[in-house]
Design a protein around this ligand. Structure first.
Ligand SMILES: [Zn+2]
Ligand SMILES: [Zn+2]
Length: 108
């Protein structure tokens, strides 16, 4: 679990991207609107520049944000990739990656 404490947020029934659309129970966003909100925030705060966004938080090519995510336990890393480090992402994302790139074989 991530070590940094965050306030507990409660979904309000209205999309948090600010489009004022109603969303289902327990949801913060209409489908895909989480990405839109993320992009809008980066646009507002960092002129749409992801490198500046990363840099502002102390990350970049020499301080890997994806490695940090794995270390903090919020992401996992694929242990089947032949290249190291392996593919990193959420559990769902790595599972999709494994299905695509490491299909089960009968050779082992
Ligand atoms: Zn929205
Ligand atoms: Zn892999």
């Amino acid at each position: 679990m991530p070590s940094n404490e965050k306030p507990r947020l409660i979904p309000t029934g209205t999309c948090w991207c600010g489009c004022e659309r109603e969303v289902g129970l327990g949801k913060f966003f209409a489908p895909g609107h989480d990405k839109a909100a993320e992009a809008a925030l980066i646009a507002v705060k960092y002129e749409g520049s992801v490198p500046h966004f990363l840099h502002a938080h102390g990350y970049g090519p020499h301080h890997s944000v994806s490695a940090t995510a794995v270390k903090e336990g919020v992401w996992i890393e694929c242990d089947e990739c032949s290249t190291k480090p392996g593919y990193r992402g959420t559990k769902e994302s790595v599972n999709n990656h494994k299905r695509k790139y490491h299909p089960p074989t009968t050779e082992k």
